[in-house]
Write a protein that binds this ligand. Sequence first.
Ligand code: SF4
Ligand code: SF4
Ligand code: SF4
Length: 314
Amino acid sequence: MGVRIAEEWLHSCSGCEISILNTGEALLDLLAKIDLVHIPVLMDHKYYGQLGDDKELKIPEAVVGIVSGGVANKEHMEVLLEMRKKCKVLVALGTCATHGGLPALMNEWGMKKGMEDYYKTPTTEPCEVPNEVVPAPLDRVYAVDEKVKVDLMLPGCPPNPALIAEVLTALLDGRDPVIPGKSVCDTCPTQRKGKGGVSDVRRFVQNAQYDSEKPLDEMRCLLEQGLMCMGPVTAAGCASGDNGCAPSCISARVPCRGCFGPVRKDGNQMLDMMNALASNGIDWKTVVDRRSLLRFSGAHDLLRKRSTRKTTEE
Ligand code: SF4
Ligand code: SF4
Ligand code: SF4
């Protein structure tokens, strides 16, 4: 019998689950050592008993629990608490689970106003916000560690399949997983020459300057070209695997958008990026929408409702 593993998705798009499947050959090796006792994306499971007549939600016991997605409603909360109760080790998988991810953009308005705006938008036939059958929303979108104790965070949108395989293999081997702890910049081969004489942030409506015939290490750093590349404030992790060991977006010669979340677990990508811009001699006031820098990490009360936000960024 293998090590029992349970997986759940909360406020998730299933991209994290696809990343688990994309671990490829490593998954074949792992399957010989694990028992997937619960994974709704792959197999049916009746939460309230086979006939639906149980009173309490039940998930089988497991050694390792993996949770993707943030926590946005009461059903997510119930499932998460059950996962924490039944799993010895809990892994938060993907940036939605570790930092709120894209759904936490809603935190700028709060769930109530966001839902009202969505359902009552003047461009469609206005209707009431559903409040029957669907689970009641929480006040905002939370990262998983805001609600329960998390043993291991593995961000990325989607997370890197090679790192998922490494985490699971390490847990099975009883060792600490090797996870890159540095920033995207630390894995980036582009040329850095110091302050580049660019004083304003350029909107990415025109390509970066590079010679497509020449390798990546002959392209100048995108931030030094004045593009909003969030490599300095974003956790490394996308560079390992099949992309030639350069960060994914930089390989495509486009700026990092910050999808692995902050370098430090409790970092603030918006404030840290303002510092990074200043260090590069770029005027941070030329950033059009600073809040958008929290597009992947708006949980942990970083992206607050406009009326209650305490920062003076406006
Ligand atoms: S982290 Fe990205 S891939 Fe994973 S659930 Fe969230 S949006 Fe989807
Ligand atoms: S800012 Fe962007 S382009 Fe420059 S080194 Fe960092 S990741 Fe690479
Ligand atoms: S370069 Fe940045 S945005 Fe692109 S995959 Fe890597 S962490 Fe995500």
